[in-house]
Design a protein. Structure first.
Length: 201
């Protein structure tokens, strides 16, 4: 589908950046869209515009929320556990594996040993605030078994520095270098079930 229409080429370029798509599959998708302009392009464009306008990241918990609505993290104080993950994708994986039902804290990335979290804009200060405000009993650190994930976990353990709270980490069953998002449900389930305390509450 080589063509001289810049708008189409731009669209192919944008779609090619999506996970799992290369230029070839991007072209296939664009072709499908163009052939279904009314039923597909119109609702897709509308949907994207709505998400762009209305959905933001909550600055307290890192989850997505509707721009002018209160996030679930601030109007539900009935929880005593929080699961700390790197990304939204990790939260979705854990949720869909039915391992843990409860509140999450989405950092928005990881640290490597040479960085401080302020540079990275990770939501660690707000994690401390949530711990205080909600009288949490357990913080489950579910970062990946990568060097960055573990550096981040250590940093959080040190920063929480509160002996009333049990801090747990996913069990050693996680393959080294394993990213949460890539794990199968079974591995994730047992890592979660067998999570180990990193400090005694
Ligand atoms: Zn929130």
């Amino acid at each position: 589908m080589d063509n001289n229409i810049p708008d189409i080429n731009e669209l192919i370029k944008q779609f090619s950046k999506l996970p799992g798509l290369g230029p070839k599959s991007a072209k296939r998708i664009i072709l499908k869209l163009i052939n279904n302009k009314e039923n597909m392009v119109k609702p897709l464009a509308k949907s994207l515009a709505q998400v762009y306008k209305n959905v933001v990241r909550c600055s307290d918990c890192g989850n997505l929320k509707i721009i002018d609505k209160v996030c679930i993290c601030s109007n539900d104080n009935s929880y005593d556990k929080i699961c700390v993950v790197e990304s939204l994708a990790d939260m979705w994986v854990i949720e869909s594996a039915n391992i843990y039902k409860g509140h999450y804290h989405i950092l928005g990335g990881t640290l490597n040993s040479s960085e401080n979290y302020e540079q990275k804009n990770l939501l660690i200060d707000s994690l401390l605030k949530r711990i205080k405000k909600n009288n949490l009993k357990e913080v489950i650190i579910a970062t990946s078994a990568t060097v960055e994930g573990q550096t981040t976990a250590h940093y959080i353990e040190d920063t929480i520095n509160n002996n009333k709270i049990k801090i747990t980490k996913l069990a050693q069953g996680l393959p080294v270098g394993g990213e949460i998002e890539q794990l199968d449900d079974g591995t994730l389930f047992s890592a979660f079930k067998n999570r180990v305390p990193v400090s005694d509450g």
